[in-house]
Write a protein that binds this ligand. Structure first.
Ligand code: ASP
Length: 306
C-alpha cells in the first residue's frame, strides 16, 4: 500500500524578490528536513500520526518558521504557542493553546490526546500537564529570536494598535496517509505578531485549523485565523468530500472561497483516504512539500512553482 505525506510552513506574502536568498534557501532546507523526518516514518511502515508529529516537530525547532523556536511574538514580546493533532481512524484529537514553556507544542498536543482524558488544554494548565508528564521544558526566551523581535518592533512602530495579518512567518503543519490507509493531521504556530489579550487562532481548534477523518480527508490550515475559525475550514473541507462526494481540490477551493468572501486569505494541505493529496492557497505563496511512496518529492514556496 502506498503512503503520502504533505507539509506546509505557512501561507503568506511570499513573492519572488521579497525573501532574501539566505531565507529562501533555509526555508527550502527546513521543509526538506521535515519531509525526511516524516518519510522515514512512513517508508518504514509507520503510522500517519507518527509521521505528521515528526515532520511538525522538525519545523518547530527550526527558527525560520512560526512555531516553537522562532514563533511570532505577542505584543509583550513573549511566545504563546498553539498546536493540535488528530488521527483519522478514531478521530482522537489533542490540542493546546498559549503554551509558554513546552519545547514541542505538537508533542504536548499529542500527549493531551494520548495521556489525558481531555482534548484541549490552555495556558498555565497546559504547561503544568506537560511538566507533570515529563515533557521537555524551556524558558520562554528559548522561543524568542532576534528576527521576530525586529518584526514586532517594526509592527509596533507603524501602529500602536498593530496586529499582523500578513502572516509572513510560517505556521507549520503536516497531513499524511500511511500504508495501512489511515490519516492524520498536525499543525503548530506562534499565531500572529503583536497578538494580545490571550488571542488564539484557528490552528489548535479541532475542525478549524486541524482535522482528520479516515472517511474523508486530513487537513492542516494556515492563514488568517480569525477567518478560518468562522468558516471551520478543515472540517468543512472534509464534510464536502465525505457528504457531497466532491474531489479534494473542488472542496478545498470552495471552502477557501468562503474564507475569501469574509475577507481572509490562507491555504490548506489535504490528503484523502485514497492517498491523493493536494494543496491550495489564496496568498501569493505557501511554503510546502510533498513526498509519496511512488518516489515523488517536491518542496515549493512561490505560487508559480506548481
Ligand atoms: N493560522 C494562524 C493563526 O491565525 C496563523 C498562520 O497560519 O500563519 O494563528
Amino acid at each position: 500500500m502506498s503512503w503520502t505525506l504533505m507539509i506546509h510552513g505557512g501561507a503568506g506574502r511570499f513573492e519572488r524578490g521579497r525573501l532574501s536568498p539566505e531565507v529562501e534557501a533555509a526555508t527550502r532546507a527546513g521543509l526538506a528536513r521535515a519531509l525526511d523526518a516524516g518519510t522515514a516514518v512512513l517508508a518504514g511502515g509507520g503510522a500517519a500520526l507518527d509521521a505528521v508529529a515528526a515532520a511538525v516537530a522538525v519545523l518547530e525547532d527550526d527558527p525560520h518558521f512560526n512555531a516553537g523556536r522562532g514563533a511570532a511574538l505577542t505584543r509583550e514580546g513573549t511566545a504563546e504557542l498553539d498546536a493540535a493533532v488528530m488521527e483519522g481512524a478514531t478521530r482522537g484529537a489533542g490540542a493546546v493553546a498559549r503554551v509558554s514553556h513546552t519545547r514541542s507544542p505538537v508533542g504536548l498536543a499529542r500527549a493531551v490526546m494520548e495521556r489525558s482524558r481531555h482534548v484541549f488544554l490552555a495556558g498555565v494548565g497546559a504547561d503544568a500537564f506537560s511538566r507533570e508528564i515529563g515533557l521537555e521544558q524551556v524558558g520562554n526566551d528559548w522561543f524568542v529570536t532576534d528576527p521576530r523581535r525586529t518584526n514586532l518592533a517594526e509592527l509596533l512602530a507603524r501602529d500602536d494598535d498593530a496586529y499582523d495579518v500578513d502572516m509572513k512567518y510560517g505556521t507549520v503543519g503536516a497531513v499524511a496517509r500511511d500504508a495501512a490507509g489511515h490519516l492524520a493531521a498536525a499543525t503548530s504556530t506562534g499565531g500572529v505578531t503583536g497578538k494580545r489579550w490571550g488571542r488564539i487562532g484557528d490552528t489548535p481548534v479541532i475542525g478549524a485549523g486541524t482535522w482528520a477523518d479516515d472517511r474523508g480527508c486530513a487537513v492542516s490550515c494556515t492563514g488568517a485565523g480569525e477567518y478560518f475559525l468562522r468558516v471551520g475550514v478543515a472540517q468543512a473541507i472534509d464534510a464536502r468530500v465525505r457528504l457531497l462526494g466532491e474531489s479534494l481540490d473542488v472542496a478545498t477551493a470552495a471552502v477557501l472561497t468562503e474564507v475569501s468572501a469574509l475577507g481572509g486569505t490562507g491555504g490548506a494541505i489535504v490528503v484523502g483516504a485514497d492517498g491523493q493529496g493536494g494543496w491550495r492557497f489564496t496568498t501569493p505563496g505557501m511554503n510546502r512539500g510533498l513526498a509519496t511512496a511512488g518516489g515523488e518529492r517536491r518542496v515549493a514556496i512561490y505560487g508559480d512553482e506548481g
